[in-house]
Design a protein around this ligand. Structure first.
Ligand code: ADP
Length: 383
């Protein structure tokens, strides 16, 4: 039995001083979203967008202060930069009162108008705050479901660190080069697909830094002969760091979908992901709960291995649509590993029907976002 309370956590955090604000983190009002689940504690520190790196020592100090409390098993403190200007405390630090000119110009540079891709009507991002939650499996099945519903669909595997769509779609080999320097996308199950997995050795380690990740993604986006597409589904790298933020700023995304498992601690990061998209004015079309529950194929008993329902709760709290839940199921894993997504392999299965239902809501969301003119790509120029 542990008796961690919000008050005891706040007490511990009160001892941590933010040197920029010259006060403790509680009085400074930067601690938000405290969640206590058993011995696991999670919260966010809201900081200025350009202060992320500077605040790392404060974040770490907060984590270790809470970790020392009796009964605490884990602490997840995350830095977020989501305070609207009007919400800032009035007694700010010098940094807040006089932003350095170079920081301001960097901000402006990052805020360059996002660009679409000629011929592609809408670009959607499938994102997750963490790896291994089933983001790629969901992206592939949504893409095939959208194609089966009559849309012209492309799948861009932006998961530079762990490209999995070639395997999930049973594709191998190198894409054809269209002279002088464009690539022809690979095709499977009515989808056009491009992935870094086609271009590098399967065993070569991917130790890429932010700008390299972005330039690889831009090339796969803009130097590939996609032709005319209704929807390009982008399977983003996991996380909500610089690479994801830059992508969301530079590419005219019509909207984003967030995939999560149901646990509270995972969902803390989901909030951060949603806030990241909001910050760059990309609508979040919905949250999907993957690995939502497990039904034993032998005794039919249901277990909530990773808890259950957390994504729907978070969606409701944040005013975002809950697109649905997908269970943890061996057939989903097997069909992905074997290179034929379940939506194609067993289109009439219960799980495929759920993917198709989610794809339908997604298509409706895309249609209304496009109709309202939100981030429409530029028209095709005929030279
Ligand atoms: P991510 O893209 O988030 O890293 P993946 O889609 O690659 O995650 O999935 C990680 C592993 O989990 C893969 O082996 C995949 O087959 C499996 N997986 C994903 N979703 C499910 C599910 N609903 N049921 C069973 N296995 C799943």
């Amino acid at each position: 039995m542990n008796n961690i309370t919000k008050d005891s956590v706040y007490e511990a955090l009160k001892k941590i001083i933010d040197p920029d604000l010259n006060k403790d983190v509680i009085s400074a009002g930067i601690i938000k979203g405290l969640v206590i689940k058993g011995g696991n504690v999670g919260f966010t520190l809201e900081v200025e967008p350009d202060q992320g790196n500077n605040k790392e020592p404060v974040r770490k100090a907060c984590e270790s202060a809470v970790m020392k409390l009796p009964g605490v098993i884990s602490v997840t403190a995350v830095l977020t930069a989501e305070l609207a200007k009007s919400n800032k405390p009035s007694n700010n630090s010098a940094i807040r009162q006089s932003p350095k000119p170079e920081i301001e110009s960097k901000r402006k540079e990052n805020q360059a108008e996002p660009r679409g891709v000629p011929g592609i009507e809408s670009i959607i991002a499938i994102a997750s705050a963490k790896g291994g939650v089933g983001k790629s499996t969901t992206a592939v099945n949504l893409a095939t479901a959208l194609a089966m519903q009559g849309n012209k669909v492309g799948l861009l595997d932006c998961d530079i660190y762990g490209p999995s769509s070639p395997k999930m779609l049973g594709l191998s080999g190198k894409p054809e080069i269209i002279p002088p320097n464009r690539l022809k996308p690979m095709e499977a199950f009515g989808l056009k697909c491009m992935s870094i997995g086609f271009l590098i050795d399967e065993d070569s380690p991917m130790i890429w830094r932010g700008p390299m990740v972005m330039s690889a993604i831009e090339q796969m986006l803009r130097e590939v002969e996609w032709g005319n597409l209704d929807i390009l589904v982008c399977d983003l790298p996991p996380g909500t760091g610089d690479a994801q933020l830059t992508l969301a700023q530079r590419v005219a995304l019509t909207g984003a979908v967030i995939v999560s498992t149901p646990q509270d601690i995972a969902l803390l990061d989901v909030r951060r992901g949603i806030n990241m998209f909001h910050k760059v004015d990309v609508p979040v079309f919905g949250i999907i709960e993957n690995m939502s529950y497990f039904v034993c194929p032998h005794c039919n008993k249901r277990s909530n291995i990773f808890n259950h329902g957390g994504a729907e709760k978070t969606a409701n709290q944040m005013g975002i649509e809950f697109l649905g839940q997908i269970p943890l199921d061996i057939l989903i894993r097997q069909t992905s590993d074997d290179g034929t997504p379940i939506t194609v392999h067993e289109p009439n299965s219960e799980h495929s029907k759920v993917y198709c239902m989610m794809a339908k809501s997604l298509a409706e969301n895309i249609a209304s976002a496009t109709a309202s003119g939100h981030r429409q790509p530029p028209p095709i120029k005929i030279m």
